[in-house]
Design a protein around this ligand. Structure first.
Ligand SMILES: Cc1ncc(COP(=O)(O)O)c(C=O)c1O
Length: 420
């Protein structure tokens, strides 16, 4: 059976398993190839098929054979033909055949509705993505990049970005970072999965995670084959009493992921001491560490014990979660297992975004953008607080003035709520 890429003019690129020497003849072979492309979903309802002449040319068969095959599939309900609109795959609801595509178990997050005031938690203002600065950085960097940047190379990621981040994280977050021990990931979520695999391969069976934390982060750890032990959180952050059998702990010290509190100095010390005395690992999820607004920024925990703490950062809150760029600053003992896990996950993170972000950091446009975002979120928080005080006096606000989510509770209900 020959696999043929059929393409024509303005219409689609179509992969057909077409056998020109089939015993039933070419027309039946083309019908079979089109039917299976529609059934398994490669040709979706509404997709326009190539015109008969170019498809016949591509396949090296007579145009009449293509016309006859299209006619047969129209009669069967797979295709529909309208004058001037060409031949398109029929809508499933028209009574035509049902595609046999596997059902999707995971529903991606719905596109948020357009609202005047979006108070959903943790969502950065993606309308502020620095399009002009990003374009300027891309224009500056891409024409002079070595061609090797477009080939697969180091699973740790582009050296330009690792170098830029080492300088930036040291300067802004007090992270002790060597570009050699930074691994660029597809966001924190991937980084967490890679770390869980690396820790599991080194004998860890259980990881303590803040309770509450994001449920899908717990699931990432479970899917790597590890158990999750809850680490309670109070008004000074995660408890310093790590369950005895946990080999690692995942924390959000600068701004607790769900309740917004900052990890207090005694707890910071206790958790670092726990790691040093047990050989455990602290994973510091610094997802919005740069966006602390009202107070002196709290430096990263990693600076206290770079050999025991993995620092994890992301561009999801500063630029936008769909950018999918994150970074791990690793103790040397975890570098090889994480790099190996990264290689088998996806070889490396895509390089073009890395090059552009590196340039954005290098020319300090990233600093300018983060600063502008921080000021904007501070203003918004103050406005929200002022309105809450006057309009809903029963509400009490909790958590640090940081990031893109803040907590409040109703005195009457006494339950903490988290809001942006
Ligand atoms: C607690 C926490 N950690 C990390 C992240 C960032 O995750 P990612 O880099 O995978 O987008 C978020 C974003 O929602 C978060 O809330």
């Amino acid at each position: 059976m020959a696999s043929v890429w059929a393409k024509s003019g303005r219409s689609i690129d179509l992969h057909l398993d077409f056998d020109p020497d089939a015993a039933d003849g070419r027309r039946a072979a083309l019908e079979l190839a089109l039917r299976s492309a529609i059934r398994d979903g490669r040709l979706a309802p509404g997709a326009r098929l190539p015109a008969t002449r170019p498809l016949a040319d591509e396949l090296g068969i007579a145009r009449g054979t293509v016309t006859a095959a299209y006619g047969q599939l129209v009669a069967e309900g797979y295709l529909s033909a309208r004058r001037g609109a060409g031949t398109v795959v029929a809508e499933v609801s028209s009574g035509g055949p049902t595609p046999t595509r596997a059902p999707v178990r995971f529903a991606p997050p719905a596109t948020p509705p357009r609202v005047r005031h979006d108070l959903s938690p943790g969502r950065p203002d993606v309308s502020a993505f620095p399009v002009q600065a990003w374009l300027a950085a891309a224009r500056a960097v891409l024409p002079r990049v070595e061609p090797a940047a477009f080939a697969l190379s180091d699973p740790r990621g582009r050296p330009e970005l690792r170098t830029a981040l080492a300088e930036y994280l040291g300067r802004t977050r007090g992270v002790i970072a060597d570009p050699d021990t930074i691994v660029i990931t597809s966001g924190f979520m991937q980084g967490l999965g890679l770390l869980a695999q690396a820790l599991r391969d080194r004998g860890c069976t259980r990881i303590a995670m803040e309770d509450p934390c994001l449920p899908f982060h717990r699931e990432v750890v479970r899917r790597a084959g590890l158990q999750v032990a809850p680490l309670p959180v109070d008004e000074i952050g995660a408890s310093g009493a790590v369950p005895a059998d946990a080999g690692a702990v995942v924390l959000t010290p600068a701004h607790q992921g769900a309740l917004g509190v900052v990890l207090g100095p005694a707890r910071r010390r206790a958790l670092v001491d726990w790691a040093a005395s047990t050989g455990g690992t602290v994973v510091e999820d610094d997802y919005d560490g740069e966006l602390s607004h009202d107070r002196q920024q709290i430096g990263a925990l990693q600076g206290m014990a770079p050999d025991r703490v993995v620092y994890a950062g992301t561009a999801s809150k500063t630029l936008g979660p769909a950018v999918r760029l994150g970074w791990l600053v690793l103790p040397r003992r975890l570098l090889d297992p994480v790099v190996e896990a990264k290689f088998y996950a996806d070889a490396q993170t895509e390089s073009i975004g890395q090059l552009v972000l590196a340039e954005l950091i290098r020319r300090h446009d990233y600093d300018r953008h983060v600063r502008a975002q921080r000021l904007k979120y501070r203003r918004r928080r103050r406005e929200l607080l002022a309105r809450l005080t006057t309009d809903v006096p029963a509400v009490r606000v909790h958590g640090a003035a940081a990031g893109v989510s803040w907590c409040w509770s109703s005195r009457r209900a006494g339950r903490a709520r988290r809001r942006s």
